[in-house]
Design a protein around this ligand. Structure first.
Ligand SMILES: Cc1ncc(COP(=O)(O)O)c(C=O)c1O
Length: 399
């Protein structure tokens, strides 16, 4: 935030932080995480009272982030036993954690031993059978969610009604035991969803799946069935309150068109929306230079080992020393990993007079950075955590 008193991280002047902390570092504003939890929950529950919201833990697993989200009352969606234990340590109760993901290792179903009634979302029939076996082995029960493919070209993860043999095998696997009870159907439309209609499509996909499984296979869903419409919401700057409200109402209209609201409940798994804009990186321009075509570049002291392109985030670049100067002159940023491919921000708008030694604030670094990257020999940045008007410095936790 820029005020007449300069650039602030939440309520803390950036100059105070820069005096005591050497870049590069992440800066995470906990008040922003809290506000994002509220800003998502309010429009969702306005339309679907009590709708559970599960934070997608793989988006950012830093313990200080997880704790704030647990205190805000959200549940957690995890994709590995490690994420499960991180969530429990941060304060998420096990009955508010969904064990999701497309890959299970041999320890995944050991979670059943200590947690009766845990909810697993499965995408493969073989895993439904493994879950049944684990429940029998440990004398436990489990709740089951079934992930369905979002109907888009090239999507391939999740069950599909188009594959009748696979659906029959799934029905047989579920019917073969009585310890695993199907309670949820899930469909995730993808990341940075730009078309609000995509969540409506996810909802229709799940209503069709429900009707097929109940009518054609006699699958016994206790009512209300939980329709999990995934995440995919952009940062709050783009997924505005009006846009979220519009999406929620459109989902409700879809549900009431041919079904009774009494039979279904809705839940979501936002990741990026909750944490994307809550963290930035303070980086140094180590060199400034021009390429053979005369285009302007700066070498940064962070690279794709810190921020991967898989994050698909809308990075924005600000001069820390001159936040008020016009940011209208193109520059490209070369990352620190020794490859021509380590580029973020090609031809992005920045100040005219970029000088080596000055600092760049990279905004929107909270989602999928510390979880999808961190694989090079350089030292990783530390994290400045801003809580109200105070801040502390932490080592990053490797997930
Ligand atoms: C199944 C599922 N749910 C939720 C999410 C969170 O998505 P986002 O961070 O875009 O909200 C993801 C991300 O890939 C996902 O795969």
């Amino acid at each position: 935030m820029v005020t007449e008193k300069g650039l602030f991280f939440g309520l803390v002047p950036s100059s105070d932080v820069l005096k005591g902390t050497k870049p590069p570092f992440f800066v995470t504003v906990l008040d922003r995480v809290k506000e994002n939890c509220r800003a998502f929950t309010v429009p969702a529950r306005d339309v679907f009272p009590d709708a559970p919201i599960f934070y997608s833990v793989k988006t950012n697993t830093q313990p200080f982030v997880l704790k704030v989200i647990a205190i805000a009352g959200l549940g957690a969606q995890v994709v590995s036993p490690r994420e499960f234990f991180m969530a429990v340590d941060a304060g998420f109760p096990a009955d508010k954690i969904i064990v999701d993901g497309i890959f299970r290792d041999e320890t995944s179903y050991d979670l059943v031993k200590d947690h009766d009634g845990l909810l697993f979302i499965e995408s493969w029939t073989s895993n439904v059978s493994k879950l049944q076996q684990a429940c029998e082995r440990f004398g436990r029960k489990a709740r089951l969610g079934l992930r369905f493919k979002f109907p888009k070209k090239d999507n391939r993860l999740g069950f599909s009604l188009a594959d009748e043999d696979a659906m029959n095998a799934l029905g047989a696997a579920i019917g073969s035991g009585d310890r695993v009870r199907p309670v949820m159907l899930a469909c995730h439309p993808g990341s940075q969803v730009q078309d609000p209609h995509d969540h409506v499509v996810a909802c229709k996909t799940l209503l069709d799946a429900h009707d097929y499984l109940e009518q054609r296979q006699g699958m016994p869903f206790p009512k209300p069935v939980l329709l999990n419409l995934g995440g995919g919401f952009a940062e709050p700057e783009m997924a505005t309150p009006a846009r979220l409200a519009g999406t929620m109402h459109a989902i409700k209209d879809t549900m009431t068109a041919n079904h009774s609201l009494k039979d279904f409940a809705v839940c979501f798994e936002p990741g990026r929306y909750i944490v994307g804009d809550a963290s930035a990186i303070v980086s140094t321009m180590v060199e400034t230079f021009r390429d053979d075509a005369g285009a302007r570049w700066a070498l940064l002291d962070v690279g794709m080992d810190v921020l991967t392109r898989f994050a698909n985030s809308h990075y924005r670049f600000f001069s820390m020393e001159h936040p008020d100067a016009p940011h209208g002159t193109p520059i490209s940023f070369q990352g620190r990993v020794p490859t021509e491919q380590d580029v973020f921000g090609k031809g992005v708008h920045f100040i005219k007079d970029a000088k080596a030694g000055e600092h760049v604030l990279l905004m929107n670094c909270g989602a999928y950075s510390t979880t999808f990257s961190m694989r090079f020999s350089f030292e990783q940045p530390r994290c400045v955590v801003v809580d109200g008007d105070a801040y502390s410095v932490h080592e990053l936790t490797v997930p």
